[in-house]
Design a binder for this molecule. Structure first.
Ligand code: PLP
Length: 405
């Protein structure tokens, strides 16, 4: 029997709040407490942060499309005609023709037979991985995979083997050791890693996967729209178009809208339509959102200068930092620029000082990155004026002077 007092609404709420508050205080002491800030009126690489205009070097809006009025107009036209909500899951009565147009367009761009939309990248990963593998199967996962990939792996109940970041020799050794003990094997990696900004050697991964009868799973959330001749992503950049078994991409980063997709064979998409729980049991996205994504794809195709502009800004910023003596990992023109500080308190002090000087940069701490590797995460956008990039570099070098290399 539970004592009646423990059942009173205020009593239980009070106990819960005390317990949770203890944990929040512990996060605070460790420098890991997170809070929301209000951001609006995104334009030309700047935002209003708590009412103050600030240069935004923290977003994933690499092509500068998130606030492009053409995307808003495309959405608006469909909103007027179709209303907002899809009304139901796609398999029930929420499948608008424009969803299928977008899926075909994405598949063509990715060089696959088909594609399937998900409400977000998080949902794509936690739905797709458990649909493909389960008990008796094995997943080989890169140590720096995104939380949504880790959660998808855990939900699957497959055996999970984590290999050191981008280390194909270590992966080969693991495959040799125990691939044969399992039914299916899935190798899970990112195209461009979200926190280190480096490319996975997909050109070596695909033959390795085939050699061991394993399936390749690539989440290219950060390469999509930026890398490759047509902006299709890391797979295109490395000449592997059409050769990855499962290719995930997101629409909320370079493409400036929201949502995600899995691209692959017709059979894969048919299978996921039947088996991916985060696709089946969720409401279809608004048709207007699909319309704005189609507009973003059109712009991405017709304005290749945006990709060049991202690379030019990344190169400039990386050059400055290298001249100041900092070794910056990743590609020489990589649009994600990590500066490892180490300590989370130091990291957030640098972030605060830069904010004071008018620059918003990401401060990334555990559990997003491994302990001891807290870092600044800078990302450049095609719409950042070059003078703003120069000014950021000068301020950054000045602020970092107090932080050991
Ligand atoms: C951002 C990100 C996701 C999540 O995508 P959302 O659409 O924001 O849910 C998934 N995977 C990777 C690698 C990401 O960087």
């Amino acid at each position: 029997m539970i004592a009646p007092a423990a059942l009173s609404a205020t009593g239980t709420a009070h106990d819960m709040d005390t317990a949770l508050n203890d944990e929040l205080q512990a996060l605070q002491r460790a420098g890991l407490r997170r809070t929301l800030r209000q951001v609006h009126q995104r334009r030309a690489g700047t935002v209003l942060l708590q009412g103050e205009r600030i240069a935004d070097f923290a977003s994933n809006d690499y092509l500068g499309l998130a606030a492009d009025p053409r995307l808003a107009r495309a959405a608006s036209a469909v909103l007027q005609a179709e209303g907002v909500g899809a009304g139901a899951a796609r398999l029930i009565s929420g499948n608008h023709p424009i969803h299928e147009v977008l899926e075909r367009t994405l598949a063509r761009w990715k060089g696959t037979e088909q594609a399937l939309l998900f409400p977000s990248g998080y949902m794509a990963n936690i739905g797709t991985i458990p649909a493909l593998v389960g008990v008796g199967d094995v997943i080989y996962s890169d140590a720096l995979c995104h939380a949504s990939l880790i959660d998808g792996c855990r939900l699957s109940k497959a055996t999970i083997r984590v290999f050191p970041h981008a280390d194909l020799d270590a992966l080969t050794t693991m495959l040799e050791a125990d691939r044969h003990l399992f039914r299916r094997a899935l190798i899970v990696v990112e195209g461009v890693f979200s926190m280190d900004g480096d490319l996975f050697p997909l050109d070596q991964l695909v033959p390795l996967a085939r050699r061991f009868d394993a399936w390749s799973y690539v989440d290219d959330a950060h390469g999509t729209g930026v890398l490759g001749e047509t902006g299709s992503g890391a797979v295109e950049q490395l000449g592997m178009t059409g050769q990855v078994d499962v290719l995930v991409g997101t629409l909320g980063k370079a493409l400036g809208t929201a949502g995600a997709y899995v691209a692959g064979s017709r059979v894969l998409v048919d299978f996921l339509t039947n088996r991916a729980r985060s696709f089946i049991f969720t409401t279809g996205a608004p048709a207007a959102l699909a319309a704005s994504t189609l507009e973003a794809l059109r712009i991405t195709h017709e304005e290749p200068w945006r990709r060049d502009a991202v690379r030019a800004r990344a190169t400039r910023l990386r050059e400055y930092l290298r001249e100041s003596g900092r070794e910056i990992p990743g590609m020489h023109d990589g649009h994600i620029i990590p500066i490892v500080v180490g300590d989370p308190h130091d990291t957030m002090r640098v972030v605060a000082e830069l904010r004071h000087r008018g620059f918003l940069v990401g401060g990334v701490r555990p559990p997003t990155v491994p302990a001891g590797t807290s870092r600044l995460r800078l990302s450049v956008s095609a719409v950042h004026p070059m003078e703003l990039v120069n000014s950021l570099a000068a301020n950054l070098i000045d602020v970092l002077r107090g932080i050991p290399l």
